[in-house]
Design a protein around this ligand. Sequence first.
Ligand code: HEM
Length: 399
Amino acid sequence: MSQDDAPAQDMLRFARLPMAENRTDAYRIIRAAGAVSKSPRGYVLSSSQYVEYALKHPELFSSQRAFDLVGSPLPMVPIAFDPPEHTRYRRILQPFVGPRETASWQPRVASLVGKLIDSFAGCGHCDLVADLAVPLPAEVFLTLFGLPIEDRSQLIAWKDGLLGSPMPSGSRPAEDVVRVGTELFSYLVGHIEQRRRHPDGAEDLLGRLLADVGEDRLSDEELLGMSFLFVLAGLDTVTSALSTAFAALAMQPRLRRQIAADSSVIPHAVEELLRMDGPVVFLPRVASQDIELGGQTIPAGSEVQVAIAVANRDPAEHSDPDEIDLRRRERHLAFGGGPHRCLGAHLARMEMREVLAEWHRRIPEYELAPGFTPRVEWPTGLVGLDTLPLVFPPCAAAA
Ligand code: HEM
């Protein structure tokens, strides 16, 4: 019997939520179950207040213990650690992914976006997911890590092999997932070893981390765990976020016209689209001790799902929380919070801003292909579309 079929009353059953077509209803159901509720897997936190509390108290809600359950061959740096080890990793990595560093990558990302849009702009139609949202983050990762862009399809195949097979927590990974994981590990090990042997002085992210000779530098094993996590955390998240963002814009002409008319709203549009329909719904944690919260006791060792997507629609924090309003200037939790807050948030935002800017500059009017209704796969790790066929007046390639 799967955990979701376990006999229980008044429990949230994730698989039965109407996530595919109506996240607004799904998140209302989770909220109605309570700020602290039970699922067959453990506990669910849904209010903005408790979600933030959990994320800011890693000594109570452990990420490390949640990742111990996944059974990865090498710990993923830094998500699979709690402070104080985690603090050391963040101190080392933060300067390489901060706002100034990320801004310096903007011209390269803009060029990748431009080339991808060139490939379909003249056709008058595209699959936003296959033609733009999937290849872009893979190309960005390869560029940042100084890896050959020709490896794009292989990288995407490895990522799909790993993330396309969601692993229920506590279970052993299936054989083909292990094989794909080993292939990706070998690929990354090969590149790290080669660049250690023949330092090329390249200014990409991996080159700079390898050139670090400080006492506190990352070991090769730690670099590998980090590179692996960047593939798992940095590709599908951006793909999914772009897919739901463009679905919303295609269905709401008023919003896309605001963006096309005034590119200064784009940074706010990125935040609001992520708040409203961000790709990450739950963050996994394990209670390190008995925790009293919301009048309930969460026993030590319980699995806790921290529902950031539900907190992002908490009416106590956001007025009209289920409406996309590009004038909103409120904080949201789509990138998490506390010590594990997304390390790639500046990069993700920049990728999304570049796509929205270049797309709307060239393709201000577009809509869903006739007869297409966006539906996300559920239950999966992330909220995102597998396909998003769009139609628009054909336009010329960029000069
Ligand atoms: C729209 C895109 C993205 C979203 C919505 C997103 C969301 C998140 C969230 C919610 C967390 C917190 C996880 C937790 O607390 O358990 C996280 C962590 C992380 N993300 Fe992202 N992410 C995105 C893109 C990226 C990108 C592009 C990268 C890397 C290139 C990245 C790298 C990471 C890493 C390394 C962590 C772990 C941080 C830590 O444990 O300290 N993410 N992300």
